[in-house]
Ligand binder design. Structure first.
Ligand SMILES: CNc1ncnc2c1ncn2[C@@H]1O[C@H](COP(=O)(O)O)[C@@H](O)[C@H]1O
Ligand SMILES: [Zn+2]
Length: 332
């Protein structure tokens, strides 16, 4: 089964750039920055492993963000992440990242340009699209800025940026601050993906479901067994909005008690559209093949079930119809 999961062509729709860096990429970035001690910081943070809480997970990103501080580093990081996904059998990747500036070294525009350059320079077969993230800890101006950058990049490279994401510490910020930007993004034809219900927050979950993003990330605390309630769960299931299910991420952040009790079980039994996703394969040390394998073991899925799961994910991509047809042909 492990080998089958590796060989199965897969689609990754929920991957944060700075959360997806492998140990060897982190090492290269430390060399580039001339700062070997930053590798020690990263190792200390990653070795915290199993015992992390959600807020400690967010500490991990600081260790990585200390390394992707120049356009050159961002380009190297992006190129490595794309190659890693390709080697894991990913045929289509929607990579997301939060435009970040580092005083005196990189503007947000340069940050995003570096990602775009790395995507354009990649020689392999994997198709890569970009989503720009809005961090809940930031201000509404930052969200507007992310939208502007997304539209500017789209003007230069029409098919590259496919949407806007809402992410960041789920205990910070408020949806209302950013909703006007997401409304505008939708009017401009961008796709919308939102992290939803990583912590219990009924009012916000219902507001997000009402807004109807193209896809939802996590939806962890909606089911009554996981801190939610019937109303949230029923509204989700009736919405039929595809869910990016991140098994290991949720387990490692301790928002679900075990794989077996993960809400993916309920999503599968309700035949809800789902896309297995890694979230942060570097931080949580699990690639997409491994996530498929875990799903198979935890929910008794057959090879055919996994094949169907993977193929059905094509429908939830934010790419053009033409690209979706191309992906379906890949599976055939
Ligand atoms: C664990 N679950 C999660 N929930 C919410 N946001 C998350 C996340 N995992 C990652 N991020 C978001 O992605 C950023 C890192 O990648 P980029 O610098 O954007 O490439 C984090 O700082 C956080 O804002
Ligand atoms: Zn995420």
């Amino acid at each position: 089964m492990e080998d089958f999961c590796k060989r199965l062509p897969k689609i990754e729709l929920h991957a944060h750039l700075n959360g997806s860096l492998s140990e060897s990429t982190i090492q290269k970035l430390c060399q580039l920055e001339g700062a070997p001690h930053l590798f020690d910081n990263w190792q200390v943070a990653i070795n915290h492993g199993e015992h992390r809480t959600l807020s400690e997970c967010f500490e991990m990103f600081k260790a990585v963000h200390a390394l992707t501080v120049t356009p050159e580093a961002v380009k190297l990081a992006t190129a490595s992440v794309i190659s890693d996904f390709e080697q894991d059998g990913i045929i289509y990747l929607e990579l997301r990242s939060t435009p970040r500036e580092v005083e005196g070294r990189m503007t947000k525009e340069q940050y995003v340009d570096a990602i775009v350059e790395a995507i354009l320079a990649h020689q392999g077969k994997i198709v890569v699209k970009l989503l720009l993230s809005v961090d809940r800890r930031h201000r509404s101006d930052d969200a507007e800025h992310a939208l502007k950058i997304a539209l500017d990049v789209r003007a230069k490279h029409p098919d590259m940026v496919v949407g806007l994401d809402l992410s960041g510490d789920p205990t910070a910020g408020s949806l209302d601050l950013f909703l006007p930007t997401f409304v505008k993004a939708r009017q401009h034809g961008l796709g919308i993906v939102m992290h939803c219900g990583e912590v219990s927050n009924k009012a916000e979950v219902l507001e997000i479901l009402k807004f109807r993003p193209n896809r939802l990330g996590h939806v962890t605390c909606l089911h009554p067994d996981l801190g939610g309630c019937q109303e949230q769960w029923k509204t989700l299931i009736e919405s039929k909005i595809p869910v990016e299910a991140c098994l290991t991420s949720n387990l490692r952040c301790k928002t679900v008690p075990s794989y077996e009790k993960h809400h993916l079980r309920h999503l599968l039994s309700a035949r809800h559209p789902v896309a297995l996703s890694t979230d942060d394969k570097g931080v949580f040390c699990s690639d997409l093949s491994n996530e498929f394998h875990i799903a198979a073991k935890s929910f008794d899925l057959s090879e055919q079930d996994l094949r169907d799961l993977s193929i059905n994910t094509v429908d939830f991509c934010l790419a053009s119809q033409q690209m979706k047809e191309q992906l379906r042909r890949c599976f055939q």
